[in-house]
Design a protein around this ligand. Structure first.
Ligand code: CMC
Length: 382
């Protein structure tokens, strides 16, 4: 038995613990670098597509033209949902928050998949494809259901970003909207051992199944310290309301030691490279869609934060400018975090497959800080 004296040091938040190996994304938090399989995120955002990025993360190399075409086909064949799943969505309460609905729907997909508990690499690959392909359909279907609109079926002839926007809005997106959505998906696809990815790896390390692991991950992403921050940013921008109110708002928050959503990161102490790209993109799309005010308010928040807490390594993270971007793309605020989940699904799945390829149960320990040698007191004597 391990004694307290020989136990490893307490590392709250596991900030100084390396708990897994991964070949997918590399983060240099001091230099502000993010690479997927060695390729700089900027390079991928400029040149790649979501489907190609998923292939890269799962195969650790870029596909040839034929391989990409075959992979797109494989995904598109899985966009649609089983008939029972459409019925299931019709039965969900319309008042539910989309993240609760998404967590429940991803879990429910397992009920319709005869391979749910087949742990073979082939079945796991098929389930991973299904999960990436069906998640956009689930999000769009639930959004239409809660708004009392008819479902729009996915279009297997279109890439994921385009099919998703068409299902959501009931009309074909512009090319710029599709490209914007695709870039957001690429930028969020993987990010080391973040909290939700860790949750997915913990779940799969018990040799549970991929649906359970994705359900854990979605529940973890939902929190405002993680993926929920993008919704928090938009709520904050709405609350501030106008550019002249930015300064008093931010200063009051800082004086109060409250956090400003969309700033700070456990790993990045330099500017988050995803935020660099999204900032430029948000400026453009906000101006194209008449949402300049959102960008200008965000920029002013950033300037004050840079002066006040920038030297402490607190800069905008991926969530800060993605709020303006998603809003300008016409998404409801409570769809921002489901969007993050849809984009991160390939990263979560890739990590689960990595975990399974060299599995060790993830089971850290807690340091007991309670009392010892306490007598049991009979209930009528307490
Ligand atoms: N606004 C103001 N001060 C901040 C912020 C912020 N957003 N973030 C960190 N700080 C301060 C914090 O108050 C603390 O100050 P002090 O040392 O004086 O007590 C110091 O910076 C360290 O903060 P921490 O919370 O102990 O650091 P952490 O590594 O545990 O937290 C974080 C990282 C992301 C949880 C935190 O920066 C935060 O809560 N940010 C706001 C929420 C957010 O935007 N989350 C999205 C993260 S990126 C996308 C993702 O991975 O999901």
């Amino acid at each position: 038995m391990t004694t307290a004296a020989s136990a490893p040091n307490l590392d709250k938040g596991l900030a100084n613990t390396i708990a897994a190996e991964s070949q997918m994304s590399f983060i240099d938090g001091q230099a502000g670098i993010l690479e997927y399989v060695g390729i700089h995120i900027d390079d991928l955002a400029r040149n790649s597509s979501f489907e190609e990025t998923v292939y890269l993360l799962w195969n650790l190399r870029l596909p040839t033209r034929d391989e990409l075409a075959a992979f797109r086909k494989e995904l598109a064949a899985e966009y649609d949902l089983p008939a029972g799943m459409w019925e299931f969505i019709r039965g969900l309460p319309k008042s539910a928050k989309p993240m609760h609905a998404l967590r429940t729907m991803v879990s429910a997909l397992a009920l319709f998949d005869p391979e749910a508990d087949d742990p073979s690499p082939e079945a796991n690959h098929r389930k991973a494809v299904r999960l990436v392909a069906k998640t956009p359909t689930l999000i769009a279907a639930y959004d239409r259901h809660r708004k009392g609109k008819d479902f729009v079926k996915p279009d297997a002839s279109k890439p994921i970003a385009e099919s998703f926007l068409a299902m959501l809005n009931g009309q074909a997106p512009t090319e710029a909207m599709t490209r914007g959505m695709d870039i957001c998906l690429i930028l969020h696809a993987d990010h080391g051992l973040n909290a939700s990815t860790f949750a997915a790896r913990v779940t799969i390390s018990t040799l549970s199944d991929l649906y359970s692991a994705m359900t854990s991950a979605i529940g973890t992403l939902k929190g405002p310290l993680h993926g929920g921050a993008n919704e928090g940013v938009m709520v904050m921008l709405k609350e501030i309301g106008s550019i002249d109110k930015v300064e008093p708002f931010v200063r009051a928050k800082l004086a109060d030691k409250s956090k400003i959503m969309g700033f700070g990161h456990r790993v990045y102490k330099a500017y988050d490279p995803r935020a660099t790209y999204l900032k430029t993109f948000a400026k453009q799309i906000a101006s194209d869609t008449g949402n300049q005010k959102l960008y200008e308010m965000s920029y002013k928040i950033e300037q004050i934060m840079e002066a006040e807490v920038g030297p402490k390594g607190i800069h905008p993270n991926v969530d800060f400018y993605s709020a303006t971007t998603y809003f300008s793309l016409g998404l409801d605020i409570d769809l921002f975090t489901p969007m993050f989940a849809m984009a991160r699904m390939p990263g979560w799945l890739g990590h689960c497959l990595e975990q399974l390829s060299d599995n060790k149960l993830i089971r850290p320990r807690a340091e007991y800080v309670g009392p010892h040698n306490v007598d049991y007191v009979a209930i009528d004597k307490r």
